[in-house]
Design a protein. Structure first.
Length: 147
């Protein structure tokens, strides 16, 4: 038997936008939009949707921060390559969507493949009413890498 522990870190991209900056009026609609993007992409595969709030509310020891009114994870895979079996620990990928009352939060781990990041960033900016009017943060069109 061989056991190992690897410490790797991946940048987390976050897009936070006020409700009035979004072309969608519900978390359900945003989730449906991302599912549509995934289904239309020739290299992506939708795995499913996970309602984190509904799950956590059923747990006796479950706790949800009061700012979170809804939380959905869109699970999908961009399985372009499988270079190493250890890569499976980071797959499939997830887009996190949160309803924070007055704003939406969209998060995802940066992928090691630029084509995947480009699609995820483009899809995220697609939630905005007028993506071109949003000032870039860190040069990526409104997506910020937390400090």
């Amino acid at each position: 038997m061989k056991e190992s522990l690897s410490e790797v870190s991946y940048p987390l991209f976050t897009l936070e936008l006020a409700r009035d900056e979004s072309r969608f009026t519900s978390l359900e609609a945003i989730a449906g939009y991302f599912e549509g993007c995934i289904n239309e992409h020739p290299l992506a595969c939708l795995v499913g949707r996970f309602d984190h709030v509904s799950h956590t509310e059923t747990l006796a020891q479950g706790w949800i921060d009061e700012s979170i009114q809804g939380a959905i994870s869109i699970v999908f895979c961009f399985g372009i390559t499988l270079p190493d079996p250890k890569a499976m620990a980071t797959r499939p990928r997830t887009i996190g969507l949160a309803d924070l009352g007055d704003r939406w939060l969209i998060t995802f781990l940066e992928a090691p493949m630029p084509v995947v990041n480009a699609a995820l960033e483009r899809w995220s900016r697609g939630v905005l009413k007028a993506p071109s009017e949003v000032a870039p943060v860190d040069g990526v069109g409104g997506l910020a890498r937390p400090g």
